[in-house]
Design a protein around this ligand. Structure first.
Ligand code: LIP
Length: 281
């Protein structure tokens, strides 16, 4: 039987490479940053330009109206952020714009595209273009870094685990207090280490490759994590809400982990604070 999504998956990988080359080139010149929802929520002309390149490439390949798009920079400019029953690409042109601006981190450029079909992730692609590593996964077909299969860690002991989290872009003192209190409690479980790469997409790929046991964050957006969701799942990991309930892509809260034991142990320590949903009217 013909596999309808293989062509889209292969095309997503090709578009990711093309966009990655654009981002690499942009990184060679001075990068001017602008701000969005807060003074620490950064965007550059490269984010906007690369998102346009990705969307126009996809429209050219599949037709103007065949698919829907949720792109970080389009949503920032007022486009809707809702999932319908139409196949929808969820795009973050540069995940970790703060890293991109400082040109320091191994994850300074990232690109991810993913396709939702009737709200189920069909496949995901995360391109770490500075390291030239292509992470990808298709539903039921496994997760890969370049062409090597990847798998989550088999660690069951929280005391020997490495956990990742991020601080997000909301600096209201009561939220920051909760973030730090959670980090302190997790460190004191104790765990082997607490890390943060500066990009949710990379963090999820680190879970998928078994480099760390878990990544959690409150305040992320669907475009930060959608590709990572399928990559983690296909690598054998799990996704949960920060309260232990089922994961919801639009809720802006997520725990991704190698197994349920590790996820649930972290969840015990997470101090939840309210964030508005991505698809809130
Ligand atoms: C960023 C994430 C980061 C998270 C920030 C932000 P951006 O993505 O990847 O992990 O803490 O809230 O969303 O905005 O640089 O694409």
């Amino acid at each position: 039987m013909e596999d309808p999504w293989q062509k889209a998956y292969d095309f997503a990988v090709a578009v990711a490479r093309k966009a990655g080359a654009e981002i690499r080139k942009a990184g060679e010149s001075e990068i001017r940053v602008m701000t969005k929802s807060s003074t620490v929520d950064l965007v550059t002309k490269t984010d906007e330009r690369v998102e346009k390149i990705i969307i126009s490439s996809l429209k050219e390949e599949f037709g103007e109206d065949a698919h829907c798009f949720i792109g970080e920079e389009s949503v920032a400019k007022g486009e809707p952020c809702v999932l319908s029953d139409k196949p929808t690409w969820i795009i973050d042109p540069v995940d970790g714009t703060t890293n991109f601006k400082t040109k320091k981190n191994f994850s300074f450029e990232l690109l991810k595209d993913d396709l939702f079909k009737l709200s189920f992730v069909e496949f995901g692609v995360v391109y770490s273009c500075l390291e030239d590593k292509m992470y990808k996964a298709r539903k039921g077909k496994g997760a890969f870094c370049d062409d090597e299969p990847i798998q989550v860690s088999d660690m069951k002991d929280i005391n020997k685990s490495i956990i990742i989290s991020e601080h997000g872009t909301d600096r209201s003192p009561e939220k920051v207090t909760k973030i730090f209190s959670t980090m302190q409690k997790i460190l004191c479980i104790p765990v082997h280490g607490l890390r943060g790469s500066g990009t949710a997409a990379t963090n999820m790929c680190l879970v998928a490759t078994g480099a760390v046991e878990a990544f959690f964050e409150i305040g992320i957006h669907c475009w930060d994590i959608a590709a990572g969701v399928i990559i983690v799942k296909e690598a054998g990991g799990i996704l949960l809400d920060v309260d232990g309930g089922p994961f919801d892509l639009m809720s802006r809260r997520m725990v991704s982990a190698n197994n349920e034991l590790i996820a649930k142990r972290i969840i015990k320590e997470i101090e939840i604070f309210p964030v508005g949903r991505d698809d809130a009217p």
